[in-house]
Structure formats: C-alpha cells, structure tokens
Ligand binder design. Sequence first.
Ligand SMILES: [Zn+2]
Length: 268
Amino acid sequence: MTSTLPLGEDDVALELEAVCPPTSAIGRVSAAGDRAQVLLGKRVLVGPLDPCGECEVCRRGGAPVCPTARRRAFDADTRRITAGARWVVALDDGLALPSPAGAAVAGPVALAYTLYARTGIGPREPVVVVGSSPVARFLVEVLRAKGVSPATIADPTTPAADARAACRSAFDAEGLGGRPWRVIAVTEEAVALAAALAGPRATLTVTTPCGPLPGELAEREVTVIAVAGAHPDLVVEVAAMCVKGELDLAAGTASAPTPDHRAVVITA
Ligand SMILES: [Zn+2]
C-alpha cells in the first residue's frame, strides 16, 4: 500500500491490526520518515497522543497535557494512522503482546498504571479505589502486582459512612490503620464518594471527566492529583507487566471481529 499522507521525518505510518477505541491500537509500521527508518516493518503499540516532548510541561512529566500535542482518536474502522516515532512502542525483544487484547495496553491499561504512578503509592499504604470501569479493574491488578491490596468500593452510590467503615476495617485488619488514605476515583460518578472518603491529609486522585470537586477538601488539607490521560512514557512498562503475566489482559478484553480487522472491547 502506498502512502498518501504527508510523513514528517520523525513520523511513522501504521497499518492497524487491532484497535481499542478511542485511545489505542496495535499496528505495523508501513512507512517511516528519514529519522524513523529503524521502525520500518515493526509491530508497535500506539496511544492517543504525540506530545512535543520538549516544552516545559513535557519536561515536568506533563506529556498528557502538552499544549502542542498532536491528538488522535481511533474508531473500530480506523485502518491507517500517522504517529510520532518517539511515542510508539515496538513489540519486539520479548514484548510480543497478543492481538487484539494488546491494543488496550497503550490506552486504558496505561491509564490505570498512570493513576498508580502519579498517586505515588508506596508499599503498605492504605489505598481505596472507587468506581467500576475497565480502568478500575486494571488499576487493582497493577496495585496487587506492586504489593498493595487496595480496598475497592465499586458502587459509587454506597453511603459514605458504610464505605468508610468497610475500608477502615480492611485497613485495620492489615495493620494500616491511622495512615491518611490514598483515594482514587476512576469514574466521574465516583468522585463525590471518593472525596467524602478522603480524610485529613489524604490524597485524592481523579481522572477526566471529573466534574466539580467539593471545597471541603481544602478544610481537610486533601491533596488532589489530577490525571488527564495515560503517560506515553509508561506504556513500555505496562506492556512488560502484561507480557510477564502480572496484568491479565485476556480477562478484561473481548474481541469484536470486523471483516479483516479486529477491534477490542474492554470489559469491567
Ligand atoms: Zn510538550
């Protein structure tokens, strides 16, 4: 197939083999710019954006909110895209992910890992995951792989007092009582309950879409950490965890066959 797209010298053109709409895919490099020739023919993971990698926002770890990032959204029928060579992850050298499930790795799986990493969770910290979504499921797997047993409140309509009591007894049983909690809201619907669970000096991590945050968080000196998307630098780490079996991709994904192309649907 000949390329009709203009290709920058640091860009690659990908023929997609599997897509996880709207954020991520697996494809093969079918054309490469002058400085990206080393990727030609390789099977790669690709996510939703190409940050500039050079601005002060990127330099401070803010690639997902780089003001000049090139963004893209995939649908199940997307066959061909252009991406920055720096941000694709080659699936050779022991990173052979399965298809189509692997298409989720640069999207929801990497977002789950970014929530973990940005929250800065250490071992033996009391962590609460609030909400139910595929990202929540992958986040719980990431936490367990890192030796953290989170308390999970899947139903965001749970009364706060009940959720608090359940978490407290889980943490007391593990000898973690008394430490400020790390509370992570994985969906917009989970934010209100997660905010209510964040006590004095707790950390509350939210992702987009988020909605309004209650002002009472300031009265408890809660630190709010906002994660706008998966950090592309973390994709390679997440892919390695999947290959090692630390994250179970197959259990969280199902394929939706289309004529000569596969889209992956992730399940909560
Ligand atoms: Zn930037």
